[in-house]
Each structure stands twice: as structure tokens, then as C-alpha cells.
Design a protein around this ligand. Structure first.
Ligand SMILES: Cc1cc2nc3c(=O)[nH]c(=O)nc-3n(C[C@H](O)[C@H](O)[C@H](O)COP(=O)(O)O)c2cc1C
Length: 171
């Protein structure tokens, strides 16, 4: 797919078909994620790949996230892993770099999903503590986002955007 087509056809996908996402597709999505830019190339991220139906069921039943998220064949749990970069750069790394690193990785995954005929959604509202508990995520990592990915079951129209002039100041 042409880059512009990928960029402009991406939508937040919130309903999925039953088609599984293969291990090769999962690996391609993770490879796209780790090819994102990161502060000092320190790659302050870690990814948990949830395909286990029992774990997804727990996510839904124990209120980690909305039930529809757990209908995706795969949920990427994107975490910061910032001990090294924080010890090097301090507060700015803790408050900004680890978030920016993981955000860039998330967008790479979502765009790559589109290129593969898949779709996904960036989930920022979820029960972070419960998610960390279920997956036994150490305290040194913070769960930044959930990215459910699968084959879209319906077309999602564009949500539109504010005019560019609202978002830009030319100096
Ligand atoms: C940081 C962030 C957090 C988000 N959190 C959620 C969320 O918790 N639940 C959800 O359904 N969508 C979430 N979204 C997706 C947005 O709602 C969506 O990107 C926005 O409405 C624009 O729609 P589009 O992605 O289809 O262009 C989030 C997106 C971002 C970037």
C-alpha cells in the first residue's frame, strides 16, 4: 500500500472478525514498533503480547478494559521500560522521553497494521494496576497503552479533524 493511503485510511478499529493474527504478523508488528525513533536510541519500551483467551477473559471480567478490546485476536500491552534512560536523563526522561518512545512505537504498529489489512485502536483508558497485576508486570515498567489488533469487521468513517489553522502558529 502507498504510504499516504496507509496514513489517511487508518481509523481506530473497535470491532474485529474472527480471523486470527498469525505469529508472523505479530512479529512484523513488533518489528515495526521497535523501529520507531526513541530518545538516544535507548528504546525505553517493552511489549507484552496477549493472545491467550483466558487472559483476555480476565481483562474483560476484571475490568481492565472494555469488553470489545478483548474480542481482538491480539492485544499488545505497551509498557515503558525506562530505568536506564531515567538514570541518565532524570525528570525529563521520566515525564517525556519514555512516553514519547512508546507513543512512537504505538503509531508504527497501528500504521503497519493498516498496511497488512488489519486495524487496531490505541487504548489509553484502562485499569493500569489490574493489567499489571494480571500480567505480573514489574514496577519498573509502566503500562502506557493497550493496542488491540485484528481484521476490521466493518468500515469506520473518518472522525474528521479541526481545521489545521486551529493547531498551527506560523512565526
Ligand atoms: C493517547 C490516546 C488514547 C486513546 N484512548 C482511547 C481509549 O481509551 N478508548 C478508545 O476507544 N479510543 C481511544 N483512543 C483512540 C481515539 O479515540 C481516536 O484516535 C480518535 O477518536 C480519532 O479517531 P481515529 O483514530 O479513527 O482517527 C485513544 C487515542 C490516543 C492517541
Amino acid at each position: 500500500m502507498e504510504f499516504k493511503e496507509v496514513l489517511y485510511s487508518r481509523r481506530s478499529t473497535r470491532s474485529f472478525t474472527d480471523r486470527p493474527v498469525s505469529r508472523e504478523e505479530i512479529d512484523a508488528l513488533l518489528d515495526a514498533a521497535i523501529n520507531a525513533p526513541s530518545a538516544c536510541n535507548m528504546q525505553s519500551w517493552h511489549f507484552y503480547v496477549v493472545t491467550d483467551e483466558c487472559v483476555k477473559k480476565r481483562f474483560a471480567e476484571e475490568g481492565v478494559c472494555a469488553a470489545w478490546v478483548c474480542t481482538a485476536p491480539v492485544i499488545f500491552v505497551v509498557c515503558t521500560d525506562g530505568q536506564d534512560i531515567i538514570s541518565r536523563f532524570g525528570e525529563r526522561a521520566e515525564r517525556l522521553f519514555v512516553i514519547q518512545d512508546t507513543a512512537a512505537a504505538c503509531e508504527n504498529m497501528l500504521l503497519t497494521a493498516v498496511d497488512m489489512g488489519l486495524g487496531g485502536c490505541w487504548i489509553g483508558s484502562f485499569n493500569e494496576e489490574k493489567c499489571a497485576e494480571i500480567l505480573s508486570i514489574p514496577q519498573s515498567r509502566r503500562v502506557a497503552a493497550l493496542i488491540p489488533i485484528g481484521q476490521p469487521s466493518q468500515h469506520t468513517p473518518s472522525r474528521g479533524r479541526k481545521p489545521l489553522s486551529d493547531a498551527v502558529t506560523y512565526i
